[in-house]
Write a protein that binds this ligand. Sequence first.
Ligand SMILES: NC(=O)C1=CN([C@@H]2O[C@H](COP(=O)(O)OP(=O)(O)OC[C@H]3O[C@@H](n4cnc5c(N)ncnc54)[C@H](OP(=O)(O)O)[C@@H]3O)[C@@H](O)[C@H]2O)C=CC1
Ligand SMILES: CC(=O)[C@@H](O)[C@H](O)COP(=O)(O)O
Ligand SMILES: [Mn+2]
Length: 389
Amino acid sequence: MRRVSIFGSTGSIGQNTIDLIARDPGSYQVVALTGGRNIAQLADDARRLNAELAVTAHDELLDDLRAALAGSGVEAAAGRTALVEAASRPADWVMSAIVGAAGLEPGLRALEQGADLALANKESMVCAGGLMLRTARAQNARLLPVDSEHSAVFQALIGEDLSAVERIIITASGGAFRDWPLADLEKATPEQAATHPNWDMGQRITIDSASMFNKALELIETKEFFGIDPAKIETVVHPESMIHALVGFNDGALMAHVGPPDMRHAIGFALHYPQRQKLPVERLDLVKLGQLTFREPCEKRWPALRLAREVMQAGGLMGAVFNAAKEEALDAFIAKQITFPRMAGVVEDVLTSLSSQAGHNTDAITLDMVAEADHLARQAAAAVIARKA
Ligand SMILES: NC(=O)C1=CN([C@@H]2O[C@H](COP(=O)(O)OP(=O)(O)OC[C@H]3O[C@@H](n4cnc5c(N)ncnc54)[C@H](OP(=O)(O)O)[C@@H]3O)[C@@H](O)[C@H]2O)C=CC1
Ligand SMILES: CC(=O)[C@@H](O)[C@H](O)COP(=O)(O)O
Ligand SMILES: [Mn+2]
């Protein structure tokens, strides 16, 4: 039996992962499930999957979790330290699906103890891509992309030579406001932004899709994951979200990964890699689909794309700064302290004020350095938000 843990099990990726594992209970021993505030879901899943341990990230919810697990034999724990300890428990395969920079350390600890890491948490690569790759290499552990675009690129590159890659194109749906007049964006609400045209995902990534901060993070994630020159990475607006990414080779071939917007494909690919196994995803009927469309992304509508290019150019700890500033701006938008378009302005101001964080050798970046850059960026973002709110 494979020993598996799921970090962020109560979320959208976590629930899709559980869906796949629960279909084949004889093949998996669940070591740890972790969640945040959704104690009922965490406890139900831990009981159903007979997990060894369930952890909530919130200390104050330990009593609730203990009560929900009473008589089940599942160990309960709470808090940041417990979360990181859970990641150090021996496991063969770990899903990293906590949202935000909070997912970095648990994923890194899982790699350090030699687990294969299925990485949905794109923030890990944005903040500390070099550290993640170095750790995986040192432990002979696999780091498997789960983000749909990066899983698509990974699959298109199997058996290929990276030096023959001319370009990588990642697609973007355009999110909730793709067709809105620009002037209306000032009035866009968090509720409107949290409605994705195609994908069913958590609130934060869905709003990031509307602002294209999600795509901005994914451009950086592509550079970090595949070690590719940013000039070779493109994005195109593809409203149907059927093609997830394309890889162009030096002979002109363009390999596209096509499939319905269902994360169980990318999760299942990472779960069974290097094998392919049957997955419960819809098989596309191309005739019914009829046509697929593409548009150039407008940087006026989505300034996050330009900022991502600046961050890739700057390197060092600027990815960590960018992500933390974005998280703070997103919190402020959700709390209705700033408007939707203002998020990009906040992030740009923070990037300007912390440009000194670019001067770090990527190979020497440690978790402590990332934490410090993250802290400085959140402080700077809070000041910008307070000044302009
Ligand atoms: N959803 C998708 O289809 C995709 C997601 N991703 C990436 O995967 C990650 C997860 O996304 P998604 O599943 O949508 O997010 P959700 O918001 O649905 O789930 C997030 C999970 O993280 C937990 N969590 C939230 N904050 C913390 C914290 N501070 N410490 C520990 N745990 C925490 C939540 O717990 P609780 O809910 O119990 O409070 C929940 O289990 C993100 O990095 C996202 O960018 C990438 C591609 C596609
Ligand atoms: C499913 C997935 O990988 C998401 O990151 C997706 O890419 C979001 O859609 P957007 O293309 O709207 O950002
Ligand atoms: Mn994606």
